[in-house]
Design a protein around this ligand. Structure first.
Ligand code: ZN
Ligand code: FE
Length: 248
């Protein structure tokens, strides 16, 4: 039985995700950007909460853990680094399986934005929750990890099937598209950027995206094609540096 994903905007540009295993009604919450917003969504849907799945320790991802656990009694899983700011019941590592009723998430270590950042892949439903590692037409800033680490993380996501739905934690896509157009002139990117600008004009989300689309249009995944002659991780590092310096 499938996984239902309820996505909603919160804070400035975050997305909250409630995930429900339809077979059992077990419900999870991917990250806790805004405890009150998440509890309000749960109330309006009439759902309880069994599990918080954290991707990394940043306050807009784990800051609501304590409040939500107190309100619901849910379990909290995530990388050990979450304990820097918030409660965690069970630390996770590469290859671990997290069960939500009949749904199974496989843990991918996708460090780089933070050292311990993880992603959650549900292969049966072809969905992956990537936190701040991969964004639509972008990727997370390197706050703690190296370009080599982030490149390896992005490659492990790019290796997932093309039709995998990618749930990123922020609506950054229009700004990402403006940068992407400054470093890449591919027709696929131009078409995607037009769609993104139009969707944002209408106030519509551009998340989720898909792995296949990101492989074709995301300048960070395409870095070796945009900085020809460099080793892939170094090409990625150059594109990441260009984005950090991009003003437009
Ligand atoms: Zn973050
Ligand atoms: Fe974030």
């Amino acid at each position: 039985m499938p996984l239902q994903v309820h996505q909603f905007a919160c804070l400035n540009d975050n997305y909250g995700f409630l995930v429900r295993d339809e077979a059992t009604g077990k419900t999870g919450c991917v990250d806790t950007p805004d405890a009150e917003a998440i509890l309000a969504e749960l109330r309006s849907l009439g759902w309880g909460l069994d599990l918080i799945l954290n991707t990394h320790w940043h306050p807009d991802h784990a800051g609501g853990n304590a409040r939500i656990k107190a309100a619901t009694g849910c379990e909290i899983v995530g990388p050990q680094e979450v304990t820097r700011i918030a409660p965690l019941d069970r630390p996770l590592h590469e290859g671990d399986e997290v069960r939500l009723g009949e749904t199974a998430f496989r843990v991918l270590e996708t460090g780089g934005h933070t050292l311990g950042h993880i992603s959650y892949h549900d292969a049966a439903d072809a969905v992956v929750f990537v936190g701040d590692t991969l964004f639509a037409l972008g990727c997370g800033r390197l706050f703690e990890g190296t370009a080599e680490q982030m490149w390896a993380s992005l490659q492990s996501l790019a290796a997932l099937p093309d039709d995998t739905l990618v749930y990123c934690a922020h609506e950054y896509t229009a700004a990402n598209a403006r940068f992407a157009l400054s470093v890449d002139s591919s027709a696929v990117l131009k078409a995607r950027a037009d769609q993104v600008f139009a969707a944002r004009e209408r106030g519509e989300p551009t998340v989720p995206t898909r792995i296949g689309l990101e492989k074709a249009a995301n300048p960070f995944l395409r870095a070796p094609l945009l900085r020809v002659g460099l080793p892939p991780a170094q090409a990625f590092a150059e594109v990441r540096k260009a984005k950090d310096a991009f003003a437009g």
